[in-house]
Design a protein around this ligand. Structure first.
Ligand code: DAT
Ligand code: MG
Length: 138
């Protein structure tokens, strides 16, 4: 068994650029299962809970503002080692140095803003995934 789940978010930049299908395609092509999906405009409270670990950092306010700039697509994704596997598909946080072949490396770039707009979010551990899936899917 050992089937894990992770939370993927397609951030407002990814939705606005009509890349939702491209990201879902990459997840499915890798062999992971899409379990649930919803599009929403997240409330401040949800984002504050989701990004709790970043409160107080210089990019926190710009991050929350960016995440409220348009619709977000939340996806529950399942598969063996999917937490680590989706982080690998997404690439490094900084889209300038994210490896080509990754979502952020292929499709993201720095826009000179206070927060990196890097198209997608993926939970960083099984514990984070459980916490974040409860926040976004209840
Ligand atoms: P990740 O999304 O790769 O898990 P994170 O959890 O450290 O990265 O940060 C959350 C988001 O905040 C990230 O996707 C982009 C933004 N961010 C992180 N570090 C940043 C920095 N030093 N400058 C600007 N934006 C940053
Ligand atoms: Mg993170």
């Amino acid at each position: 068994m050992n089937v894990e789940e992770t939370l993927v978010l397609i951030k407002p930049d990814g939705v606005a650029r009509n890349l939702t299908g491209e990201f879902l395609r990459r997840i499915e092509a890798k062999g992971y299962q899409l379990v649930d999906i919803r599009m929403l405009e997240p409330e401040l409270e949800l984002l504050a809970a989701h990004y709790e670990e970043h409160q107080g950092k210089p990019f926190y306010e710009p991050l929350v503002e960016f995440m409220q700039s348009g619709p977000v697509v939340a996806v529950r994704v399942a598969g063996n080692r999917v937490v680590e596997g989706f982080r690998s598909l997404a690439g490094a946080t900084d889209p300038t140095t994210a490896a080509p072949g990754t979502i952020r490396g292929d499709l993201g770039r720095d826009r000179g803003l206070a927060v990196q707009q890097n198209l997608v979010h993926g939970s960083d551990s099984a514990e984070s995934a459980a916490r974040e899936l409860a926040l976004w899917f209840g």
